[in-house]
Design a protein around this ligand. Structure first.
Ligand code: SAM
Length: 261
């Protein structure tokens, strides 16, 4: 039986009794149908998980006895920042969920010139909170004990203006000359941070591609086909994790770390 993992937004201390917040308690009581004494793992994003036990379920009130903490690292050795131009509909939800499962470190939602989706200042906070909740659920499901950072949406120009100068930078572009597999990497060892940009349904416009190049982003192509933006985001992440991160079996920095479970 797979252990239930629950994110708690606050401090956790072994030996304490925790009343779960209403939403989490209702989920545990009604959906998971938990019983007194059931095991549960709590985490709060500090890198540790707490092997705990449900003390009491009374209606939709649930108390959990917080057990021993252990540090369990399921993070990628390379910090991967996905700069994702906002897609239509609920595709961003899908991207946030899958990218979190695959170990993304940070997601920057971007409004670009060809983005169909425009977000008003009033909508930005609600959207960001919604994506963060999706990332939390993906961490619960996938075993991550650290949450990816989900930034508030901003324009591509604004982001490039504030990005600094560190790290490897890639822009995924179906018209780029080099295929990802053919990129000549200057790194003797795996980079420790990679920022990678994925365009909206209509792609980046030429001025944006110029701006990205000036900011140090190298154009790369993922195979011979044009992918939907959400497919491209996940394919790019899988490729980067396979080349440099924790999906690789061998690479510049040697074999990937094994899960400590
Ligand atoms: N006609 C658009 C163009 O030429 O950019 C197609 C845009 S595509 C549907 C959306 C985004 O996914 C692109 O801006 C790019 O970031 C990414 N993408 C799609 N296919 C790709 C590929 N084969 N290689 C690299 N990036 C790709």
């Amino acid at each position: 039986m797979r252990l239930t993992r629950l994110y708690v937004d606050g401090p956790l201390a072994s030996g304490d009794l925790l009343q779960l917040p209403a939403t989490a308690a209702a989920h545990v009581a009604r959906v998971l149908r938990a019983r007194d004494g059931d095991p549960v793992v709590l985490f709060n994003g500090d890198g540790r998980e707490y092997e705990s036990r449900i003390e009491t379920v009374r209606g939709t009130r649930v108390a959990v006895a917080i057990g021993a903490a252990r540090t369990v690292d399921r993070e990628s050795p390379v910090a991967l920042t996905l700069m994702q131009c906002l897609p239509r509909g609920d595709r961003m939800d899908w991207i946030v969920q899958k990218a979190t499962e695959l170990g993304v470190t940070r997601i920057v939602p971007l409004v670009s010139r060809r983005s169909v989706v425009k977000i008003t200042a009033g909508q930005a906070d609600a959207k960001t909170a919604h994506w963060r909740a999706i990332a939390v659920a993906a961490c619960e499901q996938s075993g991550r004990n650290r949450m990816p950072t989900i930034d508030a949406p901003r324009s591509l120009d604004e982001h490039l203006g504030a990005i600094g100068s560190a790290g490897t930078r890639l822009v995924f572009d179906p018209d780029a000359v080099p295929y990802a597999a053919d990129v000549a990497w200057e790194h003797a060892t795996a980079p420790i941070a990679i920022d990678f940009a994925v365009g909206p349904e209509g792609g980046f416009d030429p001025r944006e591609l110029d701006g990205l190049r000036i900011a140090g982003f190298r154009g790369v192509r993922l195979g011979p086909r044009v992918l939907r933006t959400e497919t491209a985001a996940i394919a790019a992440l899988v490729w980067l994790q396979t080349r440099f991160g924790d999906l690789r079996d061998a690479g510049p920095a040697g074999p990937a770390a094994r899960d400590p479970r």
